[in-house]
Design a protein around this ligand. Sequence first.
Ligand code: 6R9
Length: 571
Amino acid sequence: METLQPKKGTYALEDYTKARESFDWKDVEKVFTWSKTGNVNAAYEAIDRHVKEGRGQKTALHYSDASRDETYTYSELCDLTNKASHMFRDLGVDKGDRVFIFMPRSPELYVALLGAIKVGAVVGPLFEAFMQDAVKARLEDSEATMIITTPDLASRIPHQELPSLKTIMLVGGSEEIGGINTVFYETELEKHPSDDTAIEWVDKEDGLILHYTSGSTGKPKGVYHVHYAMLQHYQTAKWVLDLQDNDVYWCTADPGWVTGTSYGIFGPWLNGATNVVRGGRFSPDDWYHTIEKYQVTVWYSAPTAFRMLMAAPKDILSKYDLSSLRHILSVGEPLNPEVVRWGWEVFHHRIHDTWWMTETGGMLICNYLSEPVKPGSMGKPFPGVHAAIIDDFGNELPPNEMGNLAVQTGWPSQMRKIWKNDAKFEEYFAIPGWYISGDTAYRDEDGYFWFQGRNDDVIMTAGERVGPFEIESKLVEHPAVAEAGVIGKPDEIRGHIIKAFISLRDGYDYSEELKKEIQTFIKTELAAHAVPREIEFKEKLPKTRSGKIMRRVLKAWELDEPTGDLSTMDD
Ligand code: 6R9
């Protein structure tokens, strides 16, 4: 497979090599206040520290959507989040209380989230698209005492059925909700001072954030992270996002997904970067316009978005000046080599894949600016992180053998519990010393990791173990194919046969001929055993709100089985 050589990054290859040998997380602690006081608060470190160190006038946030266009300095965010901290304190929020946030992206979302962290609350961000049952399940499980929302969304909060919920805070509203204490964000915030005396100094192991993530079965799990995670957010944003003082950084993820908090809030602001937030939904024109408007230099997005940009009419690119970009990254799903090649062709940059999970809290396996990129690989472990491919008994497997992707326990942003579900939590650590990701991968001789699929998605066909990702990546190389999801369908003779679900690019129509052509393409370009015996064309593939193709849903449809929890499915 080809290798793309690096352009100049801020850190040299030797820096990473050295860091991999001698890195100590304790050294990262020194950046923050606890070296002086022993106590800390991640929101203070993300915002106030920069003001205290003379960077108050720097732009912290560019926010825009269809109707708003605003810019906030670090000083302004500091004042606003301090006001919010006084407000939450007066409303009775205590350290450890769960405060949920259920609203579209807006400056108020970010202020409320950081303000709640300042008083020691554990924040729970929810996608605005959640319907009543999804909202209820999360508030019930977490026993949240307060939720911040908008008048439109408030009707999806069944507060009569949620005994722990004491207060609904409305952003942009003035009408009381019957039967529960209603407060109005703007009116409340105005009443409070902007000094920092309401900040709660917490222990590094105190709770920071609760992200609900759905597994394939059962109810969503509350993944619990603590303030100490900031070390990982800080250091990975520095070395992987490569955030420098004059960067304008755009993470396209919503805070309802862990990427939108770890790298839409903590990573950039802990590094004092200028952060872009664009509200509203994805469209190629809107996204390219956003890059041009803010002169974005570092851009962190997801394969699904890159594939949609790839499928957009080619001439769209000539309408925008994207020359400010210097570093592009991806997360959430396997990054197809074809997407990396496209990025190289149209942006003249490599797209850098990063691998991590809600449970890991921050990046663990990544591609770095100063290291060669092998398209299709997730890259190498971050300094201070030991990842490996192990068998079911914890033995490390030799290069090029597929197995469980696992990480030695003990990185700072490792989840500390699954809320009220110890049994689930322990499953991840069933092999002593290891965190087991549930992903299948292999490592090559050079130490690069290659994703194959979620364990459940790996297909046994005619005695071969086939990862769906390889086939999907080959499928999207065919000019007619926009996106592909591959599953194993039970078959009496072969164990499973490979079935592909495909959405087509504009200008292509389904036909038996096209199907045959695609099958021949896989046979000649990949392998005979990898050919999807069945291909079904779909207008759209089922995806999560974070853009992941839901193979388990494709499988359930195929087998006429229950689809399980669909609360995170995009409409
Ligand atoms: C951050 C995030 C985690 C799962 C993970 C894996 C998949 C994430 C990936 C990737 C291949 C990558 N995943 N990054 N697969 N290459 N670079 O996505 O968290 O939503 O919890 O999902 O996503 O399967 O186990 P989360």
